[in-house]
Design a protein around this ligand. Sequence first.
Ligand code: NAD
Length: 471
Amino acid sequence: MTVNDDYAMTIDGKAVLSEKVIKVINPANGKIFAEAPDCSAEQLDEAVTAAQSAFRNWRDTPIKERQAMVRKAGDLLIEHAAELSRLFTREQGRPVDAAAMEIQGAGTWMHAVAEMTPPVHVSADTETEFVETRYVPLGVICAIAPWNFPVNLAMWKVAPALVAGNTMVLKPSPFTPLCTLKIGQLLNGIFPPGVFNVISGGDDLGPMMTSHPGFAKISFTGSTATGKRVMQSASKGLKRLTLELGGNDAAIVMPDVDLDEVAAKIFFGAFFNTSQICVATKRLYVHEIIYEDLRDRLAAIAEATRVGDGTEQGTALGPIQNQRQYERVLDLMKDARDTELTMIQGSAVPKNGGYFIPITIVDNPPEDSRVVQEEAFGPILPMLKFSDIDDVIERANNSDYGLAGAIWSKDTDKAMEIARRIETGTVWINQNLMLRPDTAFGGHKQSGFGVENGMDGLLEYMAPQAVYLAR
Ligand code: NAD
């Protein structure tokens, strides 16, 4: 097996291979099925230099033209979603239909971002002076993406950064580089050479990028632990930063809900993408009056949900994406077993070397157990009882994370009031996992800072510039 041109990097408008390679594993069977380039330090330099020189023209390209190109990029993603989705499933694990939805969704997201134009604020316009504040691009963006939504979360960076007039070097996770490399090549015909570069590599490449002096800003999505390293590295060059990090999201289920209506939605919010979602429900607080009823319904759904190879018909949930994460989740399960917590498991999973874990509900564990306190990022959901609303809000907020949360109740006024007391960047009421391209998304506390999406997200890729004109 050799690196084929299909999985080349895109540097300065050219398809580029490298001397070394990284291996890509199909998580549904644990076997290597492809190789991707392992970008060298020299190749990183080339990508940054190309992006720096492309910046000069791209910055001065009228925004309407930049928007049109980003819109076209969205078209191409939508056009190629079905074809890319099979590759997505092989590298990421998620079933094919849901994989196609992510790629298509990334395309429509790009369309929405392509409609955005940064504002200009005029603060004085008199006979003697004119003062305006406009927004200017920053330079070359270092974009680093995770493996759980590899296409979507990368395009959340690409679209606003390029509309804003920056150029970019994007690095996917070493676990899921292939679709992103393909997209680099696909979009290559649209953007001028050097505007959008895609490189891939192993664990060394991220730190090499964040310490590279040629970047003006780092936009990072990944774990809180890595985010801290990125911040430390960025501080040397005082690079601008957006950090979208981990979460341990709480959902609060009030006693007045209609369980027939909400059980499946709550299940989806906790287990979609095999729970590998930064904003998945990771702690489920349920009022004691309905606790057993909801628990039994969730257990029944878990039993009826097929976990397996995402390329097979009927599979609802795929494997854990990589061995490292698989072992992390297994370790949490072991801890739950060792501390004699009650675990309810769903349907059996394949035993074929793939990274499969059965859907697991932990029945009312102590608040201080590891499965409650840590971000599992896998299908092991602690379900906890509450009786008092002030107490449960305190428990929900008692976390270093502050990404998102959900409240389930028929009393929406009351739910809005509870939402105001939840210390997270996003709060859902009677729904979950819903995000919009025109609405800011970001974490509080150690879930990160800066935001993506919405006008706020676009302006993260720009700096205000005040112009004072004496008349
Ligand atoms: P990770 O932090 O291990 O890796 C993320 C990316 O950082 C990868 O591309 C990796 O190669 C790179 N990287 C690793 N070490 C680096 C370093 N020292 N310097 C620079 N880059 C480095 O995260 P992951 O396991 O890929 O993703 C899962 C985590 O991401 C979870 O914690 C999840 O909650 C979080 N996440 C957050 C959001 C959000 O928007 N807030 C979205 C998705 C995932």
